[in-house]
Design a protein around this ligand. Sequence first.
Ligand code: 6R9
Length: 632
Amino acid sequence: MWLNIKSFDEYKENFEESKKDRLKFWDHEAGTFYWRKRWDKTQSGSFEDANIKWFEGGKLNITENALDRHLNTIGNKTAFIFEPNHPDSFRRTITYKQLHEDVCRFSNVLESKGVEKGDRVVIYMAMTPELVIAALACARIGAVHSIVFAGFSAQSLSERINDCEAKMLITNDGLRRGDKHVPLKDISDEALESSPSIESVIVCQRTNREIDWKEGRDEWWHNLIRNASREHEAVEMDAEDPLFILYTSGSTGKPKGVVHTCGGYMVYTSYSFRQVFQVGADDIYWCTADAGWITGHSYIIYGPLFNGATGIIFEGTPTYPDAGRLWEVVEKYEVTHFYTAPTAIRALMSYDIDYVKKYDLSSLKVLGTVGEPINEEAWHWYDEHIGGGECPIVDTWWQTETGGIMISPLAGITPTKPGFATLPLPGVFPVLMDEDGNEIEGNDVSGNLCIKHPWPSIARTVYGDHDRYIQTYLSTYKGYYFTGDGCRRDDDGYYRITGRVDDVLNVSGHRLGTAEIENALDEHKKVVETAVVGYPHDIKGQGVFAFMICDEEIKDPEAFKKELNDLVTKIISPIAKPDKIQIVAGLPKTRSGKIMRRILRKIAANDLDNLGDTSTLLDPSVVEDIKKGTAY
Ligand code: 6R9
């Protein structure tokens, strides 16, 4: 077994070894960390019993592996470069030693505020180093962090806080994203009106705008940190203690709190980061994700820190002040590894190529994508204009629930193909399933993507609802983890993810449940019923299309659409706004009352000749009416 795979042959050998003896493979990998006590059992439980555990009996603190362990070797190396929203604002670098100190101080702050091991802390912050410090301090004291993307509304924030009964909220006064200002503290105040579990709020100053203050509940970060000690003894955790909860959308109901645990998540994110990106000691790695998503957790915060990498924390957006912003940052810091989402690439492709050409991108060695399928046109643009035809592209497939990258080329090692996530990492065993629940053998086949054996960073449960965990992931195919994705395996055995096969949309790389959006739209007093589907969108990948029945005539559809957009923004987030709405007299339903979204998806995609069998509909004439209607 190789710690660092360096050739395609080594990849293949390593994969075979992991197949022969999975547990030995992961034992070896886990052995590279600092454990206060070694584990007794590598793995127990199965997809059948839904009680999967890794490295049971092992004792550790994940921050000792991310920080303390590096102090004697690379203490003075930069852990993070912080690049603010506006290129002229204050930027700074933080070494491993400084980060360690900051995390220790904030750990002491959290403990002094009464936060204890197992307590939940919600983090709703701008993309600044303090967000990372807050998360790591939680991990250090054994509190469970739940980072909520700072684009979510007060209602979404409140729901998440209530679901996990968080004790503390950490936020900013506000943030700037591009030319927009988001009043995080005001939004938090509104959320907390309906979130009684929060006992204290720590506010980190970022925008200096005036905010309301609740004495006894709110405290400034800078006041608390001032006298806090730089020393902190990390709390000993069991390998299976929860590390964080991250909410993600599913096909039904409210977002689910995906739970990851300390030991397995550490081993897998570190391993996958190292093998996939192949970051060297002097490289500068930049993942443009927000820490509010799993990509930020695993590949801005944890994976890179375990490996002693230098990463960038970017507060801004790809198009502010202009569409050259990302490339300006690449040039400025001589970024070697750049990891972003296809939606960003597609958005930037639509601007003048001079925004790219202006900058020297010769430092780049590896490019990555994540979050959604990448179309070939975007892949080639990325390859040619950003990579100069010389940087391998790692198209990394994974999910919030998988914790880390599962199927991906290893940079410079696995031969790539546009649009293909290529091959599984050693230790990961994907299979394609047919409709009868059988594994599809051989190549040049398509099916539903499942994973055959547990891997260390698989989500352990849905917070407070283990049945939902079983239902969503482990019930469709008994004995397998079901991803919700459709997939093709080509002649070479390469995997190409084709998209969700459930009622989950992927809009600009963000996961949204159709049910969530429908529930929000149904709140409008004129709306009787809604059916939301995705349709192909040039930049977002998928757009949101809402078919709706209204109980009165809509005289001004554009104004109505704006009202709906405001409503969705308020209830969920602007990300979930419908791109198109169509008012209909009826929705295509089966006799049992189920909406046939398959038909609506075709109509939304303007694929009208190909609607398939409509004979099982209660009233097939509904479809003809919808086909004739107008979308706004
Ligand atoms: C990491 C992340 C997961 C869903 C997943 C799939 C889609 C992610 C992809 C991809 C094609 C890739 N997805 N990476 N599809 N190629 N390289 O994005 O997690 O937000 O939970 O989304 O995203 O549909 O099931 P998450």
